[in-house]
Design a protein around this ligand. Structure first.
Ligand code: SF4
Ligand code: SF4
Length: 679
């Protein structure tokens, strides 16, 4: 039997017919599976804004093609990148092999040009590199066995198919090289090595090796393509659109519910899986089960039932399992799933455990979100079913009736400023509105921080004012606990007050207030320049308007608040202040900046009991102790409470928690010689 350069020349009529049938069946199978998945996904609600195309395309280049988030862990990053980039290169190769089978003598049109040579070299190199990636993956699954991975047979099926694709590729070319088929083989070193190994083999055996490798390659490719929609590796299809369609909103901003135009029969929040948006359902398809979200989640770390990856898998399995109910089948009419999410699919404890710290979202290489889905489920529980942890009730009532979750008298809101002669916004004549917040108004440590900020603003000559009893809770906790009605009521009232006083610039010591005022109030007509206290003070120090010259002899570590750091990307300002205080030494904990774990207070958890697992604040304090010091600087009144409590609970009698703003006020030049004092 003569040996030929490409497959089509050796396939007889019957073989070609079989190959055509196999190809048609494979393509039809993929199209059918993808169309089912697509219909299921589109049963979700609308809610995708397709804007900022440049940023989206950049995101695809950096995060999809460039795999940036994968490299946060070097070895798995390299492993995945080798396989992924090899997959891209081999998609051209595999397609050309299909065409070879259908068209006698066909080959890539540019094969004998410089581009073709570069492609062959890349392809052949990646055949080896992908096998290296597969070997690393197998090593991790068999030997190192990281705790975050899921050990299902699925991964072995996929690794086996990928390895088959690579081995059959170099074997096919190696057989051709050994058979003396002319070609640009100088550019295929791996195949040439296989060819050298096969040298001396009979032409008939080489022909059999070639045809077997070719059939196996195509068969593996078709099985791979059809298997993906039913495996966790469906992300091979969905990760590109998921990265492209990721939300470009501010990370700390929650979507506004249109409470005035709710259609009859529409659930408030997410009751069923189809109440999530189709992009949120695409998230579910895209999860690779890598567990990166899970190893950083404070609730998982402290043994609570919320395990982010498991939540996504549970929702995904429920979605797929409800396909017949949702999109129908022969004999089944499409409808809505019978099971609710919170209660039927998920234990409500899972839904209430989240602190909205967003570390899971930052860790996920594919931009899968959690906070939005969890808050949607909370919205349904609170707004439709009035089912929420009983401790939330007094906080809700306090925010509704008194304008603060402590249920303290609203008229005493400004009492912390008694004797300080702090001007009220109602008197006009101010440049910056100091938004004090509930903790800054009522909590003892928070009040000290408020007083310290007043001292600093005065020293810098900033014309500021407060709202006093006109201020109410921003509603951050209400919103994150799912009480969107209450949040919107508070937001509307506050925006009316702020706009009524012509407020343009706001400073606040609370990162939760900061996030809500800056990113969520614009949806309610409130557009302000909002600065966190540490940002404004750092600016004033840098501009020479504040001199921090008095020595403060302390060694401290700094706990990054989630809503200032990870969510609003401010890591530098508090450190700049601490760094400018003479005598103060900052010692960083290993888990700091983007990696700082939540204190446990976010997402409205400040107002809930922590009954399950161990305590998040204690775990966080133990992490902070790894800095080598016990005293902690904070930049959030809720972190101050949680970290301070942890120090007491852990019996760290002499340890202290102190706000950065308070430290800055202590460091003000004691001779009163501020550059702008009295201006
Ligand atoms: S936001 Fe934080 S607490 Fe919630 S699931 Fe993600 S990592 Fe866990
Ligand atoms: S959500 Fe993201 S980080 Fe978590 S398991 Fe899935 S892919 Fe991995």
């Amino acid at each position: 039997m003569p040996f030929h350069a490409t497959a089509g020349t050796f396939l007889g009529v019957a073989d070609t017919l079989w190959f055509v049938l196999l190809t048609v069946a494979a393509v039809a199978g993929v199209v059918w599976s993808l169309s089912r998945r697509y219909s299921l996904m589109m049963a979700g609600r609308k809610g995708v804004v397709l804007d900022r195309w440049g940023e989206r395309i950049r995101g695809v280049l950096v995060y999809f093609l460039g795999q940036r988030r994968m490299f946060l862990e070097p070895l798995p990053g390299i492993m995945h990148a080798l396989i992924f980039w090899g997959f891209l290169v081999f998609s051209v190769r595999s397609l050309s092999m299909v065409i070879e089978g259908l068209t006698a003598g066909w080959e890539l049109p540019f094969l004998h040009t410089g581009l073709g040579h570069a492609y062959l070299l890349t392809k052949d190199s990646f055949a080896v590199l992908v096998l290296v990636g597969v070997a690393i993956a197998a090593w991790r699954r068999l030997v190192t066995r990281p705790a975050r991975l899921e050990y299902s047979p699925d991964a072995w099926v996929i690794l086996g198919l990928i390895a088959t694709l690579m081995v059959t590729d170099v074997l096919a070319d190696g057989a051709r090289i050994a058979a003396g088929v002319p070609g640009p083989w100088a550019w295929t070193p791996a195949s040439a090595a296989v060819g050298a190994w096969l040298a001396g083999t009979s032409q008939a055996a080489l022909h059999t090796a070639y045809t077997t490798a070719w059939w196996l390659h195509l068969f593996a490719l078709y099985v791979f393509a059809n298997y993906l929609p039913y495996s966790k590796h469906f992300h091979v299809y969905t990760s590109l659109p998921n990265v492209f369609l990721r939300s470009l909103e501010e990370p700390g901003k929650l979507a506004k519910m249109d409470l005035e135009n709710i259609e009859e029969g529409t659930a408030l929040g997410a009751a069923k899986v189809t109440d999530l948006t189709w992009k949120q359902l695409l998230d579910l398809y895209t999860c690779t089960e890598c567990g990166r979200c899970t190893v950083v989640c404070p609730t998982t770390i402290t043994k609570k039932p919320l395990v982010p990856r498991d939540l996504t898998i549970a929702l995904r399995d429920h979605l797929k399992g409800s396909a017949r109910e949702i999109i129908g089948d022969p004999g089944h009419t499409p409808g809505t799933p019978s099971r609710e999410l919170a209660g039927d699919v998920l234990d409500p404890e899972i839904v209430w455990a989240c602190t909205t710290c967003r570390w899971c979202e930052e860790a996920c290489p594919l931009f899968i979100s959690y906070v939005d889905k969890i808050v949607e489920m909370r919205r349904h529980l609170v707004l439709e079913k009035a089912e929420f942890p009983p401790e939330a009730e007094p906080a809700f009532r306090g925010m509704e009736v008194n304008g603060n979750p402590w249920q303290l008298a609203p008229e005493t809101r400004g009492d912390w400023a008694k004797g300080l002669d702090v001007p009220l916004a109602s008197a006009g004549d101010f440049e910056v509105l100091f938004w004090v917040g509930c903790a800054g108004s009522y909590d003892d440590a928070g009040k000290r921080t408020s007083q310290a900020l007043v001292k600093l603003l005065r020293a810098a000559g900033v014309k500021f004012a407060i709202l006093g009893s006109e201020e109410r809770c921003t509603g951050d906790a209400a919103r994150r606990l799912g009480n969107e009605y209450l949040f919107q009521t508070l937001a509307a009232a506050n925006v009316e007050t702020l706009n009524g006083h012509g407020v343009k610039t706001i400073v606040t010591n609370c990162p939760h207030c900061f996030n809500t005022l800056a990113h969520e109030y614009p949806d309610f007509g409130g557009h302000y320049e909002v600065k966190h206290g540490t940002q404004l003070i750092a600016e004033l120090v840098a501009a020479g308007r504040l001199r921090l010259t008095a020595e403060v002899h302390r060694e401290l570590t700094f706990h990054d608040p989630c809503y200032l750091g990870r969510t609003n990307h401010e890591f530098a300002a508090p450190r700049a202040i601490l760094g400018s205080i003479p005598g103060l030494t900052l010692k960083e904990a290993p888990l700091s900046h983007e990696k700082a774990m939540c204190c446990g207070a976010g997402g409205g958890r400040m107002w809930l009991e922590e009954k399950l697992g161990t305590r998040i604040n204690q775990t966080r304090m133990q992490q902070l102790q790894q800095s080598g010091v016990n005293d902690v600087a904070v930049a959030c009144p809720f972190c101050a409470v949680m970290v301070g409590n942890a120090q007491q609970e852990l019996g760290m009698e002499s340890a202290q928690t102190v706000d950065v703003i308070t430290l800055a006020a202590q460091a003000l030049a004691r001779d009163g010689s501020q550059p702008n004092a009295g201006s």
